[in-house]
Design a protein around this ligand. Structure first.
Ligand code: IYR
Length: 230
């Protein structure tokens, strides 16, 4: 059965203002930073729910929307997540579970196994990928391009939070399998990324890192250049 169609009305930006508008979009996105130092100031639940609605507008393989956003505000559950995440991360950082090159690459960021922010933040959202779905009649529904779909939804979530004045961190306490049991999710779901969410602390400092320039992340391929190389 095909979806009926409806007219699509894309946002109209006057041509004369297009570039200025585009740069304003860039400036806003470029101001986002991953934060590890959060305020305990409460965040209205509706804000996080709205950000989840934003994320859930993401495109997905065959429109299966293969994601579950698990919202945690309960201090007790946050505590349990912190203890379990720190246990895993301690093994990574101090038990030698991550290879030397990884430790060296993390050193400039100053991260370690301690994750106090998991209890400071008013909310944690753990995004789960649904490896497959279940139809109303109980049969299995295939999901497609799950990692791509959930990855895009997470990116949109990060941007939505940022635009709302909130901060987050794409945290992947590794291995994350403990989250499925702890958060009571079915066997069909796998934890993907954990997002602590809150306001950045008043005195929040972030590493003064630089982003790659356009010419470092973009290449243009033209037919004439391909010919030249042959
Ligand atoms: N998951 C660990 C280690 C870590 C990995 C990367 I890649 C980072 O950018 C930062 C940390 C942790 O959360 O500490």
């Amino acid at each position: 059965m095909e979806y009926p169609t409806v007219p699509y009305r894309p946002r109209l930006v006057p041509e004369a203002a297009q570039l200025e508008h585009a740069v304003a979009v860039f400036d806003e996105m470029n101001a986002r930073r991953s934060v590890r130092d959060f305020s305990d100031r409460p965040v209205p639940r509706e804000l996080v729910e709205t950000a989840i609605r934003c994320a859930s507008t993401a495109p997905s393989g065959a429109h299966m929307q293969p994601w579950t956003f698990v919202l945690v505000g309960d201090p007790d559950v946050k505590h349990r997540i912190r203890i379990a995440a720190e246990t895993e991360e301690r093994e990574n950082y101090e038990g030698g579970r991550i290879p030397p090159h990884w430790r060296e690459d993390l050193a400039p960021l100053g991260t370690d196994w301690r994750k106090p922010f998991l209890e400071t933040v008013p909310w944690i959202v753990v995004v789960f990928e649904q490896r497959y779905g279940t139809r109303p009649d109980g049969t299995k529904q295939h999901h497609y391009y799950v990692k791509e779909s959930v990855g895009i939804a997470c990116g949109m979530f990060v941007d939505a939070l940022h635009r709302m004045g909130l901060s987050t961190l794409t945290h992947t306490p590794s291995p994350m399998a403990f989250l499925r049991k702890l958060l009571d999710r079915p066997e069909s779901e796998r934890p993907f990324i954990l997002f602590p969410i809150g306001y950045a602390a008043d005195n929040c400092q972030v590493p003064d890192l630089k982003r790659k320039n356009l010419d470092e992340v973009m290449v243009e391929v033209t037919a004439s250049e391909r010919r030249r190389e042959r």
